[in-house]
Design a protein around this ligand. Structure first.
Ligand SMILES: [Fe+2]
Length: 185
């Protein structure tokens, strides 16, 4: 069983290294290499949601449980991130700004599939959207090189693909809506 306190301590320690992003990536990779042990430490996934495991100005560690077939609109973080999947699947679409547009319009630039045990490092300027493509919950550890909740950043309207201000509360509500959709079935 992976102790979550120890996982957080290891992430904080790694974050003090010169190559903090890479060091944290190695910690997350070790954790998701033992998905059963990690799930024992985290407790059974029961509903979609974002569980805060650690938050400071320098580092945020989250247990993100995606609802069945839930999609989060394109957004950036303004800090590096590491995603490690321990249950289910996560599909990431990566986007880039169109250089000749002043409204922040983006275009799809690439994609990355994440299966159990996979880890993806995201650079500071990355814009991504995330989909859980399967009809059950997906679980992932997300680590950010800063304060995920307090740093201003952008999201893009999923229909117009135009840039707007990221709304943390709205995004957290999307997880609740995913739970409600499931219960309505
Ligand atoms: Fe993200």
């Amino acid at each position: 069983m992976i102790e979550i306190e120890q996982l957080v301590a290891d992430c904080r320690e790694a974050n003090t290294e010169v190559q903090a992003h890479k060091a944290v990536q190695e910690v997350v990779a070790r954790a998701v290499a033992d998905p059963k042990g990690l799930m024992q430490g985290l407790g059974e996934m029961q509903r979609a949601g974002v569980q805060k495991l650690f938050q400071s100005d320098e580092l945020t560690v989250l247990n993100v449980v995606w609802g069945a077939q839930m999609t989060l609109m394109p957004h950036n973080h303004e800090m590096w991130a590491v995603i490690g999947v321990y249950s289910g699947r996560e599909d990431n679409i990566f986007w880039r700004r169109l250089p000749d547009r002043s409204d922040g319009r983006i275009r799809a630039a690439g994609a990355r599939e994440l299966c159990v045990g996979d880890v993806a490092p995201l650079g500071k300027d990355i814009i991504h959207s995330v989909t859980n493509p399967i009809p059950r919950l997906t679980g992932a550890i997300h680590v950010y090189g800063g304060d995920f909740f307090e740093t201003p950043r952008s999201e893009w309207d999923p229909e117009s693909l135009l840039e707007g201000r990221y709304d943390v509360e709205k995004n957290m509500r999307l997880f609740e809506e995913a739970n409600n959709r499931l219960n309505a079935h």
